[in-house]
Design a binder for this molecule. Structure first.
Ligand SMILES: NC(=O)c1ccc[n+]([C@@H]2O[C@H](COP(=O)([O-])OP(=O)(O)OC[C@H]3O[C@@H](n4cnc5c(N)ncnc54)[C@H](OP(=O)(O)O)[C@@H]3O)[C@@H](O)[C@H]2O)c1
Length: 237
């Protein structure tokens, strides 16, 4: 338990995009703290390795298929989450795709739309569908990026900027219920997406995602650091 009084032991937490990368690191850190995890990936088979690691740490773990590009999949996933747990004390919306990058007017319109469907439209729908499950005083983390609204990042920049806007709206709308809605930017972390975005970079020069999960854990434990935080600056003053 931290100074703000919440504990993750037994807390029911949904983590999207938990099959690899940052989401997998968040899931493992939560498992080590005794959370009851509801993990998603596009195919539950993708979650086998992470689920086994979380189970080895003693965590209860439910696996849910979720394809954010499909409204039907989002609706079905929300129903499945509700069957797995009656309430969520924590939500980490981490899943995402990079999509096509480059100047917006040079990008394929259909590919741009598909990435926005995953990074923004699907996230909004998921939040709407799971809203009745979210407990008063819960922590809701929206995983964002320094590329939000940045030139040259295409659909990804649009999706993350939109997601941050959603966070600001829900932060106010859910404040009467004591729900903390916080956008967390992990900063560069060694994942598949980072390698896709920066193919010439030596991955060894980028920190592993487990080194950047602290603000996510803090929000879920009861800390409200404000609407947006940068993981690489967490703990520095
Ligand atoms: N890596 C970085 O340097 C960095 C920096 C800033 C922000 N971020 C953010 O951190 C988050 C995680 O990124 P990452 O680097 O860990 O990426 P990653 O390794 O590519 O993992 C992406 C995750 O999202 C899931 N996903 C992909 N498409 C999906 C869809 N259509 N529906 C549902 N889930 C889907 C994947 O599940 P499957 O395994 O089933 O495909 C996977 O679990 C993202 O929101 C990203 O924008 C990353």
């Amino acid at each position: 338990m931290n100074a703000d009084g919440a504990t993750l032991d037994g807390a029911r937490v949904l983590v999207t995009g938990a099959s690899r990368g940052y989401g997998a690191a968040v899931a493992r850190a939560l498992a080590a703290r005794g959370a009851h995890l509801v993990l998603t990936a596009t195919d539950p088979a993708h979650l086998a390795r992470v689920a086994q690691q979380c189970a080895d740490d003693g965590a209860a773990c439910d696996l849910v298929a979720l394809d954010l590009s499909s409204p039907g999949s989002v609706d079905a996933a929300a129903v499945q989450v509700g069957r797995a747990v009656p309430r969520l004390e924590g939500v980490v919306l981490n899943a995402g795709v990079l999509g096509p990058v480059g100047p917006l007017d040079a990008l394929d319109a259909d590919a741009t739309g598909r990435a926005i469907d995953v990074d923004l439209t699907g996230q909004v729908r998921l939040l709407q569908r799971i809203a009745p499950l979210i407990a008063d005083h819960a922590g809701v983390v929206l995983v964002t990026s320094g590329a939000a609204a940045r030139a040259g990042y295409g659909a990804y920049a649009i999706g993350k900027a939109g997601l941050e806007a959603v966070g600001l709206m829900l932060r106010d709308e859910w404040a009467p219920r004591g729900i903390r809605v916080v956008a967390v930017n992990p900063g560069p972390v060694r994942t598949d997406m980072r390698a896709e975005a920066h193919p010439a970079e030596d991955p060894a020069t980028v920190p592993p995602p487990a080194e950047r999960v602290a603000p996510v854990l803090a929000v879920l434990e009861g800390v409200d650091p404000g609407p947006r935080v940068q993981a690489s600056e967490w703990g520095l003053s």
